[in-house]
Design a binder for this molecule. Structure first.
Ligand SMILES: C[S@@+](CC[C@H](N)C(=O)[O-])C[C@H]1O[C@@H](n2cnc3c(N)ncnc32)[C@H](O)[C@@H]1O
Length: 262
């Protein structure tokens, strides 16, 4: 597939993902990556989440950069990155998610490397390097970091592996967001799903990344279903770091760095 503009990539991915979700609606395992499609009330957030992520990466990465999608799940973002022209690898712990990601990539006519691997263990870095033809220049975490049992040790290993100047882009749900809180409250009542989430505030994630040798770059981005919510309070947030680079354009006020509650 030829490189597409951000809006064209988002349109194409969402169209295919919606069809994919409909066709596989009987598969309960679709929920991690494709669960919010079809007529789900939060489907609109997918567009904004994908768009802000692609824009963030486009502003920081060179064309065709080597990009690693950590905890890629069913490969929605992985396919989008490949369609946008990056050289992409996706890693996930779950073989069934990687199988879905392969089917989705085929449907999208893109060819990212899709690998089963435990980000908390050893071995996956060598495989990624081989698949990408070098260490990644961009690393993306989409709703993944909060799943890892020992984030500091994972980030320390990442910091030792990545070359100076590489970029880490994180997309996480914000536990300080009223709409995220509301969504979880509704889910726990309707679905009787009371599983604990381990999301941290942006400030807490930032502290862990800085401790592992990464410098914050740029401004916080955010998407929410409710209008007029300040960026620091939005449901889905994107923020970036550079390995071993100088501080560039940091604006703490616009990053919404209030006192951490998590
Ligand atoms: C909420 S899903 C996010 C999927 C995708 N990144 C997205 O944004 O749509 C989190 C993913 O992280 C993966 N994951 C959790 N722990 C992991 C680990 N230790 N190593 C690799 N992947 C892991 C899960 O299998 C799951 O697919």
């Amino acid at each position: 597939m030829a490189n597409l503009t951000t809006n064209a990539v988002v349109d194409r991915v969402l169209e295919e993902a919606t069809a994919f979700a409909h066709e596989n609606s009987g598969d309960p395992g679709m929920s991690h990556t494709f669960g919010y499609f079809t007529d789900h009330p939060v489907a609109r957030l997918n567009r904004e989440r994908l768009t802000m992520t692609l824009r963030e990466i486009a502003e920081r990465a060179t064309e065709g950069a080597r990009l690693l999608d950590m905890g890629c799940g069913g490969g929605l973002f992985t396919a989008a990155f490949a369609a946008a022209g990056y050289r992409v690898a996706g890693v996930d712990l779950a073989p069934e998610e990687i199988a879905r990601a392969r089917r989705f990539a085929e449907r999208m006519n893109v060819t990212p490397a899709l690998l089963v691997g435990d980000l908390q263990a050893e071995g996956w870095m060598t495989e990624v390097e081989e698949a990408l033809g070098g260490r990644p220049q961009v690393v993306f975490y989409g709703y993944c970091l909060h799943h890892l049992p020992d984030v500091p040790s994972h980030l320390r290993a990442l910091g030792e592996w990545l070359p100076p100047g590489s970029i880490v882009v994180v997309n996480e749900e914000n536990p300080r967001s009223p709409s995220w809180f509301l969504k979880n409250a509704v889910r726990s009542v309707i679905q009787r799903d009371t599983k604990e989430e381990h999301q941290l505030s942006h400030k807490r994630w930032s502290g862990l990344l800085v401790a592992a040798g990464f410098e914050p770059v740029g401004d916080l981005r955010g998407a929410d279903l409710l209008p007029g919510v300040p960026v620091g309070m939005r449901w889905s947030q994107v923020f970036s770091y550079e390995k071993g680079g100088g501080l560039k354009g940091i604006n703490d006020a616009s990053r919404g760095c209030g006192p951490a509650t998590n």
